[in-house]
Design a protein around this ligand. Sequence first.
Ligand SMILES: [Ca+2]
Ligand SMILES: [Ca+2]
Ligand SMILES: [Ca+2]
Length: 378
Amino acid sequence: MKKQLTILNKLLLLSLFIGFTACEIKEDQSVLYEVSFDSFGGSSIQSQFIIPGDTVVKPIDPTLEGSEFIAWLKNNEPYNFGEVVNSEFTLIASWKDIYKPIINPNATPYITEVLDFSPAPGQFLNKVDDQESVKNIIGDYYQFISLGTFGGSVTFKFDHSIMNGEGNDIAIYGNPFEDSSEPGIVMVCQDLNHNGIADDDEPWYELAGSEYYKAETTHNYTITYYRPKPEENQHIIKYKATYDETIEEGEMDFTLVEMFHPQPMFPTFYEEDEITFTGTKLKSNTWHEDMGDWSYFHNPAYDWGYADNRGYEQEGILRGADLFDISNAVDENGEKVELIAVDFVKVYTATTTIAGWLGERSTEIVKAADLSLLSTDE
Ligand SMILES: [Ca+2]
Ligand SMILES: [Ca+2]
Ligand SMILES: [Ca+2]
């Protein structure tokens, strides 16, 4: 009897085993989910077969020459490796170019190329061929260009990357004097793909100056200027500004400069009849002094960190220059960004003030230099 039971037990166990094995094979074929990895040109990563409800094991980061691995993406979002798997899917590697500064053994200190000149309306525009005269800021000469009122900008580069060394790195020369500061905000960009162009996917960073974090400073101030119709007064520029929750429409009145600057104020070379600029707007500190039969406008300097602001305090080779430290770079959210070097520099007028007969408060640029090369020159 005992022996019979044992045989029965064995048969039972055998049938259970067969049943179990069959069941396991069935599971293998139907419900293991394949998670594959598309390394997007990088080293290949093996697929994983995941039991439902289990998680993916984060593989070793793939490698790609000249690139830095950022993350595995699912539906364009970084994948959470704690997520439970309930389907098959592919994770895609995202990469960013490793930035390499351009080192030039024959580097010269001054601007070698102007990439863009987009002035806003102003009294010094339209007197000569502005797109030609902007080249005045190349090299070491003393001829300035004017950017016009808020937003008007110039973008330039050098024959090498400007390294972020100890302290200040860039000198930007304007024509300020005591009580005549016309601040311009400075932005920088890295040529990540070394094509000499500031591409749309190469971000710009503002060099935060003394006013950047103050409540009275307006970030993301957008203004559109409209070209007057031929029959309209060419010294009245209509505009529409948007910032915070505000939409403001108005006119900039340049009529008091007409006797000195009779030409139209809206830059004539634009094909469009309206131009739009977005940037950081500084609160005006201009004040007006009544001197009896005439009046004077005071445009005092801001503390630091703006072009055409305090350069009159410098001596020698730096006379007229405001100095900039690449370490003050911030991203669009105001977060500090560490940049080892930069390739492109943009300066734009930071105020919207029109000071009567003195005209708009517009940043002027004479030249700019890599400070590290200037010091070795001396
Ligand atoms: Ca620095
Ligand atoms: Ca000036
Ligand atoms: Ca580029």
